[in-house]
Design a protein around this ligand. Structure first.
Ligand code: SAH
Length: 498
């Protein structure tokens, strides 16, 4: 008898057990050969879902009812969790979240990197969550030092700030995102009340009219300094002075208030021009004992507590003794470079954003670090250019290369040059384990091997996970045959030479 194939269609109700989760944090369930993707469902849940969009073999469904909750299910802390979609894992216990993230990295290394599963497991160091061993007072919330709220209007014409509902530009009013600091709410309410009283209009992107587009808030966790930046479709706002008065009265920790002009029809949040309305144009903060000035537009790690742990691991993997030469590619404002510089002979940083390099140089100076040099440009262009032209041994054959690329990973030309330079170690810091796996496949094919990796939870309650991987040069059999000593001895001598 021919087996009957059930084809689901829109609005069908399905009861299904969630057995897996995809990269985006959607629960996956199988019902009669059909794969269902269900947002907000947790592995182990039995749920009732409504089919929203059906294809031949799979469908997207909406969670309607949890029939039998997974042991890992917890109530969402934020009342906006499902509508906002910014925290995909709020309904999962933190322990399960960490397991999910570590497995995600592991699966990518095996599936996309082509590494053996048992090998990957044998060199894994346990994921570093926000909770440290022995730490009781811990929360996976309130960790972000930066918040960017879009501003809009509700049906009654009142200004609101909040978040875009998943994949739309509809603003869901919410002035207290639980990933951000409590103080943000006070700042937002002060600005919104001011806007209402003085008739200052929020920006309307469909009409390209109105003034206030976004409110950006940054806080230096160590310094306690706060910066507020209003991103506006214009050069000024009415009664700027008064708004500044009200803001510092409400939140005395505000060290600087600035106005950024963005008059373009664009999704890019910030424009090119920033004017200081009051106080300083940057705030200071400290990471791994180094002091940084952070301006409104600089890239800076959003979870500073975890960033310190991540950087410490990168420095540990680099295994510095004070004499090494290091390239730090995709260096941003030089955070990793400066951490390394304190323990290395010489560090060269490369970064595509000129302002970030300005910041990096200023940060080196600010901390009295003189053994770090920074270059503006694409890593895949700057590194080959030095490799071809430089005659400085430290630059041509560095001991260590660190990379911390954006999600798309490293350019192939960059990877090729890294291999040609033959550093002893490569430390790969990654915010996307799929591209990390792809790049490791290239790096670890001949002369290099993956030695260790560790996942870090920088973005709790979301699906994003950071990884640090150590890749070392293989002790080549040819080397010791040629020189007639054993490999251990050869590398000991070579290491001492450097
Ligand atoms: N290591 C830094 C920054 C990491 S984010 C830190 O931890 O703070 C990645 C950085 O790579 C960003 O600053 C981005 O501007 C930069 N970038 C993106 N593409 C690049 C490229 N092709 N070459 C060099 N830098 C690039």
């Amino acid at each position: 008898m021919e087996s009957e194939k059930t084809i689901y269609k829109k609005n069908d109700m399905v009861t299904v057990e969630i057995t897996d989760m995809d990269e985006k944090g959607q629960g996956i369930g199988k019902a009669e050969g059909f794969t269902l993707f269900v947002k907000d469902a947790v592995i182990g849940d039995v749920i009732e879902a409504k089919v929203m969009k059906a294809k031949t073999n799979y469908a997207f469904a909406k969670l309607m009812k949890v029939v039998k909750p997974s042991p890992d299910r917890v109530p969402a802390e934020c009342p906006m969790a499902r509508a906002c979609g910014g925290c995909q894992l709020q309904e999962m216990s933190y322990e399960a979240e960490l397991r999910f993230k570590e497995n995600k990295v592991k699966n990518n290394l095996v599936r996309l990197g082509g590494f053996d599963e048992a090998f990957i497991e044998s060199i894994r160091e346990p994921i570093v969550g926000m909770k440290q061993p022995g730490e009781e007072d811990f929360s996976p919330y309130r960790y972000r030092n930066k918040a960017q709220y879009p501003v809009g209007e509700d049906r009654d014409g009142n200004p609101v700030a909040g978040f875009y509902a998943g994949r739309t530009h509809d603003i869901i009013p919410n002035t207290d995102c639980l990933l951000g600091r409590e103080v943000n709410q006070k700042i937002l309410l002060t600005v919104l009340t001011f806007m209402k009283i003085h008739g200052v209009k929020p920006y309307d992107e469909t009409q390209h009219k109105g003034l206030i587009r976004h409110i950006l808030i940054r806080e230096g966790f160590k310094s306690g300094e706060i910066m507020v930046c209003l991103i506006v479709n214009g050069k000024s706002i009415p009664k700027e002075e008064l708004l500044c008065e009200q803001l510092v009265k409400a939140v005395p920790e505000i060290a600087g208030i600035c106005l950024n002009t963005n008059t373009d029809k664009t999704n890019v949040i910030m424009g090119d021009r920033t004017r200081v309305l009051r106080g300083k144009e940057s705030i200071s903060d400290e990471l791994c004992g180094i002091n940084y000035a952070i301006s409104a537009r600089s890239f800076y790690q959003v979870n500073p507590v975890q960033a310190e742990r991540l950087y410490s691991k990168a420095v540990e993997y680099a295994s510095l003794t004070g004499t090494e030469s290091v390239w730090d590619l995709y260096c941003g404002i030089g955070t990793i470079s400066l951490c390394m510089a304190k323990k290395a002979g010489k560090v060269y940083g490369v970064e595509i954003v000129p302002e970030a390099i300005e910041d990096a140089k200023a940060n080196a100076l600010r901390n009295g670090i003189s053994n770090a040099e920074f270059f503006v440009g694409k890593a895949e262009e700057v590194l080959p250019a030095f490799y071809e032209r430089a005659n400085d041994k430290d630059m041509l054959s560095p001991d260590i290369i660190v990379v911390d690329p954006p999600r798309k990973g490293c350019d192939e030309k960059c990877l090729e040059t890294m291999l040609a330079m033959e550093p002893r170690r490569i430390v790969y810091v990654s915010c996307d384990s799929a591209t990390l796996a792809r790049d490791l496949k290239i790096l670890c094919s001949e002369k290099y091997e993956l030695k260790a990796w560790q996942a870090f939870d920088q973005f709790s309650r979301t699906v994003h996970v950071e990884t640090v991987a150590l890749i070392t040069r293989v002790r080549n059999a040819k080397d010791y045959v040629q020189i007639g000593i054993d490999a251990e001895e050869y590398y000991r001598i070579k290491d001492e030479d450097n």
